[in-house]
Design a binder for this molecule. Structure first.
Ligand SMILES: [Fe+2]
Length: 164
């Protein structure tokens, strides 16, 4: 086993509980291409992303840029604010879960930007990892969480990401 990987897993698991939660989401966020990984979005999350960020490509670029710029280890997230009905992109340090950035934030996509997540394939080139990860993102899972947290509502706030 890779030595750096072992050390990083040890350090990461000092934050055992949130680390476990973050990774549980991350594993659901990924799917091989033959199982729908990278397949474009349909449904209300696709609509919300287009409305809020312009396009799925624009969102991917934003998340990749913010993940690449994050100092040290951490996560980059696409979440939904279930109170404000808005999509958000956030980063968290170490193993901090998305909820540390706001009590009503629910993660849809969380991308691990600890070096062990990409070192074997990309060495220390985090931007290449973030450029390619979109080919295996499981949008179906993210859509299911979004639709649960942000069901069709007639009383959605003006400007909200949630479809009317
Ligand atoms: Fe990790």
């Amino acid at each position: 086993m890779n030595f750096v990987y072992v050390i990083e897993m040890y350090l990461e698991n000092k934050f055992l509980s949130p680390g476990h939660v973050n990774h549980s989401i991350f594993w659901k966020n990924l799917a091989p291409v033959r199982e729908g990984g990278g397949e474009p979005l349909k449904g209300s999350l696709g609509w919300a992303i287009d409305t809020h960020f312009g396009s799925l490509e624009a969102l991917a670029q934003k998340m990749s840029a913010e993940g690449a710029a994050l100092q040290g280890s951490g996560w980059v997230w696409l979440g939904v604010d279930k109170e404000l009905k808005k999509l958000v992109v956030e980063t968290t340090a170490n193993q901090d879960p998305l909820v540390t950035k706001g009590p009503s934030l629910v993660p849809l996509i969380g991308i691990d930007v600890w070096e062990h997540a990409y070192y074997l394939q990309y060495k220390n080139v985090r931007p290449d990892y973030l450029k390619n990860i979109w080919k295996v993102i499981n949008w179906k899972y993210a859509s299911e969480v979004f639709e649960k947290e942000c069901p069709l509502r007639l009383d959605a706030l003006p400007g909200a990401s949630c479809p009317l």
